[in-house]
Design a protein around this ligand. Sequence first.
Ligand SMILES: Nc1ncnc2c1ncn2[C@@H]1O[C@H](COP(=O)(O)OP(=O)(O)O)[C@@H](O)[C@H]1O
Ligand SMILES: [Mg+2]
Length: 265
Amino acid sequence: MGVLETERLTRRFGPLTAVDALSLKVEYGEVFGLLGPNGAGKTTVVKMLTTLLPPSDGSARVAGFDIVHQAEEVRRRIGYVPQMLSADGTLSGYENLLISAKLYDIPGKEREQRVRAGLAFMGLTDAADRLVRQYSGGMIRRLEIAQATLHRPPLLFLDEPTVGLDPLARRAVWEHIADLRAEFGTSILLTTHLMEEADNLCTRVAIMHLGKVVALGTPAELKDTLGREGATLDDVFVHYTGDTLDAGGNYRDAARTRRTARRLG
Ligand SMILES: Nc1ncnc2c1ncn2[C@@H]1O[C@H](COP(=O)(O)OP(=O)(O)O)[C@@H](O)[C@H]1O
Ligand SMILES: [Mg+2]
């Protein structure tokens, strides 16, 4: 049994089929990447798998539990970092984590120790008592990952974890994601439109286009399918979707994230 299995999972919004009969299996210990341009259906998949949005059709199991009929069991076993920044800017990092510890029912006696460990793991010990609105975007993302993993979920969902971050901050987030998997064996499903991110982190990727998976495999396998020396994941993406990833499409997401960041400030 995989950590995640979907069977013709589908979501319609009126006449639009945002996710079209998606069948996927993710094994324990994988960092699985859902790739695709803006509007491909990535966030809709994540919202269904985190039980926030009911599917229109099909089914899925997370850690063995049905996302519709056993939603509570599913919620207890996952962490979720949404695409839009979600930490509270008017509280310190420590306070944000303490709230998550309560939310996740971590016993009172263990809370402080868990929160301290979470801060240390994400490299935020020195910033623990500063207000989050003084954090950089990369620090906020690391804090949110700490929040989402306090209860040590077997599966973590990261929706566009580094959108809007500069390359250095992005790299720091990648390192911390890799550490989570190495240290706790956390399985991860992340969405991204950054091929470099997928190449760097993912054991396997699925390329989504208009609600459907158009290519699936390890980054190396996908590059090999093009049958030409030096092919990049970007080339793979263009080949399967006829789309380019940079500019246009993802600009709106980045702008939205920055607006959220400004609101925090
Ligand atoms: N609540 C909603 N109501 C109507 N349409 C939606 C809703 N959420 C998403 N969509 C549409 O579904 C499609 C997929 O969106 P989304 O899953 O956010 O894509 P991605 O995360 O890959 O950018 C888009 O065309 C989007 O406009
Ligand atoms: Mg999205």
